[in-house]
Design a protein around this ligand. Structure first.
Ligand code: URA
Length: 189
C-alpha cells in the first residue's frame, strides 16, 4: 500500500491520458489525510489547474462556505476530483479519462479510509454511485456500499448558476453533518 505522498508523486508524473498534454498542474487533492469524509468533484477548472489545488475558484469558495455552515473546516475533510488534470475548456471528462484516473481516486480513498463520501455533481455521482445517476432525482439519498456511506448533492458550480437549487443543497449538507456526527460517535465511542 502506498502512502498518500507516494501516490501523489506517481500521479504528478502521470501521462496515461491526453489531459496530461494540456494541464499546467496535476490537482491531486488535499485536506486531512485521516479525514472521515471525502468530497469528490469532477475535475480541475482554470484556477485549480493554475494553482494545483482543488476547488479554489468561485465554486470552491461557495463549497468552503457550505462546509463552514455545517460547523466544519476545509482542513477537517479531504477534497479530490474524478480526474486530476483540467479538461480543456472545462468540458466534462471523457469516459476513458475518468476510467483511467479513477484508479488513483480509489487508492486515495483506500489510504484515507473515510466513512463518508460526498459526490459533488452528476459526473462524480455517475462515476462513483451509478452510471445512470440522475442528480435532480437521486441527490440527498444515502447509498451504503460496504464500509462507505455515499451521498450526492449538487455541484457548487450548479448552485452558482441556479440559485433555486440552494435550498435542496442545504438540506443535503445538514443531512451530511448528521451522518458525520454519527460516524464521529462510532469512532470515539
Ligand atoms: N470543479 C470541480 O469539480 N473540481 C474542482 O476542483 C474545481 C471545480
Amino acid at each position: 500500500m502506498y502512502t498518500l505522498d507516494e501516490l501523489q508523486l506517481i500521479v504528478s508524473r502521470c501521462h496515461r491520458c491526453g489531459l496530461s498534454k494540456t494541464r499546467t498542474n496535476v490537482v491531486f487533492g488535499e485536506g486531512n489525510p485521516k479525514a472521515k469524509m471525502i468530497f469528490i468533484g469532477e475535475g480541475p477548472g482554470f484556477y485549480e489547474d493554475k494553482m494545483g489545488r482543488p476547488f479554489v475558484g468561485k465554486a470552491g469558495q461557495l463549497l468552503d462556505k457550505m462546509i463552514e455552515a455545517i460547523g466544519l473546516k476545509r482542513e477537517d475533510i479531504y477534497i479530490a476530483n474524478i480526474v486530476k488534470c483540467r479538461p480543456p475548456n472545462n468540458r466534462n471528462p471523457l469516459e476513458e479519462e475518468s476510467n483511467i484516473c479513477i484508479e488513483y481516486l480509489r487508492w486515495q480513498v483506500k489510504i484515507i479510509d473515510p466513512n463518508i463520501i460526498v459526490c459533488l455533481g452528476a459526473v462524480a455521482a455517475r462515476n462513483i454511485i451509478d452510471k445512470d445517476f440522475r442528480i435532480t432525482k437521486e441527490r440527498g439519498i444515502w447509498f451504503d456500499r460496504g464500509k462507505y456511506s455515499i451521498i450526492a448533492t449538487y455541484h457548487p458550480a450548479a448552485l452558482l448558476r441556479d440559485q433555486s437549487k440552494k435550498g435542496e443543497a442545504w438540506e443535503d449538507f445538514k443531512n451530511i453533518r448528521k451522518r458525520y456526527e454519527e460516524a464521529d460517535g462510532k469512532m470515539e465511542g
